[in-house]
Ligand binder design. Structure first.
Ligand code: 5BU
Length: 452
């Protein structure tokens, strides 16, 4: 048989222990979280686990075997199959009708039952289970657990005269994971502290500054927008959702000094004209030093996106520095955006969006690995090397009655580490858009500085 250590690492790969910051049922913060249920989904591992557990035990002492519901049920079943110890099932609650039995299966009073548990923490729930089993006239002398969290449970049960056999304990598990560099010294120390009953202090990870991001970002447009942010002391992008060129240009000139980028929906203009719209817009971008971001939200196959990007009425590739794109077409669909930076859509701000956590997890894999990506649009934290753009920002209201959901600049910068806030109606619908742009700029910058 492989070593216990190798076996543990096999189990670990199923995701049974997570490290980070977790709030337990009791409200206590823990530096790790254990859930052994995935073990039952790998039949080979479950079978091996059953044999490891059985090997530790004086099997002749037991007449029957019982798992503590629910996580230990498959474990007890597998042990029963490997050892021929008959299985009984303990219900979580007695049936409200019929037999009202708490224990199901065939057993006799006075038989000795081996109890199986996945994780032992304080031992409280095990004590309750033992009481219930003993109330049926069944004897319990030994308990076998897969993982001892070393928080007093074993001692508590042993004081009451039970023998607790544990396959792994958290200290040895941490040692194994440290040896293979899956966790670092800081985490090891925090776990030791926690196990020793000390309150664990979690150091809040600070957000990176724009200067630090400038060092780690690769894309030229990522660098450009960061440089503008530093120079203008602004993280504001104004969304200019106008339907006439005149309004668009007036607005760009007014808010230009305060923004890092102007976001357009060029296809909503009634009077688009490359010479009349784009040329003066580019001049304004140069005059006030901001980027042009076309919120096109591409969502097609690569070939079509390539055509949509460079041809048709708007010829976006001629003038946009940044474009938004969904990643729904897969990584290769993004290859066509070569002379602009992609701001990929990870999560939308609107109520009922389908960009749920599963979608975002998969989308992020594409976003993290595509060289044309500058950043993403999202309403949650993202890795440090991807710039985060957050729309749905408004100081005056929480929604628009059409599904848009708003937060304040402070909220998104503090909670999501947003790099750039995107504000549309909050600014362009204001009585004095310039003053309002200044207000969002000031609030956004202040929130950023406070978060450093
Ligand atoms: P608003 O007026 O601040 O609600 O405008 C927000 C802009 O951002 C608007 O142009 C939207 O098309 C855009 N937007 C958004 O609001 N939410 C999203 O998730 C994405 C884009 Br992606």
């Amino acid at each position: 048989m492989e070593s216990k250590k190798e076996f543990f690492l096999e189990c670990y790969k199923l995701g049974i222990i997570k490290f980070g910051r977790f709030t337990l049922k009791s409200g206590i913060e823990s530096p790790f979280y254990v859930d052994l249920r995935p073990l039952a989904s790998d039949p080979k591992i479950l079978k091996k686990l059953a044999n490891y557990l059985l090997d530790m035990l004086p099997l002749d002492n037991f007449d029957i075997i019982c798992g503590v519901p629910y996580a230990a049920l498959p474990m007890a079943t597998a042990m029963s199959l490997e050892s021929y110890l008959p299985l009984i099932i303990k219900r979580k609650e007695a049936k409200a009708y019929g037999t009202k039995k708490l224990i199901e299966g065939i057993y006799e009073k006075g038989q000795n039952c081996l109890l199986v548990e996945d994780v032992i923490t304080s031992g409280k729930s095990l004590v309750e289970t033992i009481d219930e089993v003993e109330n049926e006239g069944i004897k319990v002398s030994d308990i076998v657990v897969v993982l001892d969290r070393e928080q007093g449970g074993k001692e508590k049960l042993e004081e009451k005269g039970y023998k607790v056999h544990s396959l792994f304990n958290i200290s040895e598990v941490v040692e194994i994971l440290r040896e293979v560099n899956y966790i670092d010294e800081e985490e090891v120390a925090r776990i030791r502290d926690f196990v020793n009953g000390n309150q664990v202090v979690f150091q809040e990870k600070k957000r990176l500054s724009y200067e630090q991001k400038l060092e780690i970002t690769e894309h030229s447009f990522a660098k450009k927008i960061l440089e503008i942010a530093i120079e203008k002391r602004s993280n504001l992008i104004a969304s200019a959702d106008f339907i006439t060129t005149q309004e668009l240009l007036n607005f760009a000139d007014i808010v230009g000094p305060h923004i890092v980028a102007l976001k357009t929906h060029i296809d909503i203009l009634n009077d688009f004209d490359a010479d009349e719209t784009i040329l003066p817009l580019k001049d304004l971008a140069a005059k006030h030093n901001f980027l042009l971001m076309e919120d096109r939200k591409f969502a097609d196959i690569g070939n079509t996106q390539e055509l949509q990007f460079s041809y048709g009425t708007f010829k976006i590739s001629n003038w946009a520095d940044l474009i938004t794109s969904h990643v729904i077409g897969g990584s290769k669909s993004l290859d066509c955006f070569v002379n602009a930076g992609i701001v990929a859509i990870l999560g939308m701000s609107s109520e009922g969006t389908l960009t749920d956590s599963h979608y975002r997890e998969e989308a992020l894999k594409i976003i993290e690995n595509h060289p044309n990506i500058v950043g993403c649009v999202a309403q949650n934290k993202v890795p440090d090397n991807i710039l985060l753009f957050t729309p749905g920002v408004n100081l005056g209201t929480s929604g628009d009655g059409k599904g848009q959901q708003y937060n304040s600049p402070e909220h998104v910068i503090k909670n999501y580490n947003t790099d750039f806030i995107i504000v549309g109606r909050g600014i362009y619908k204001a009585d004095d858009p310039e003053l309002e742009a200044l207000r969002y700029k000031t609030e956004g910058w202040q929130a950023y500085q406070d978060a450093l």
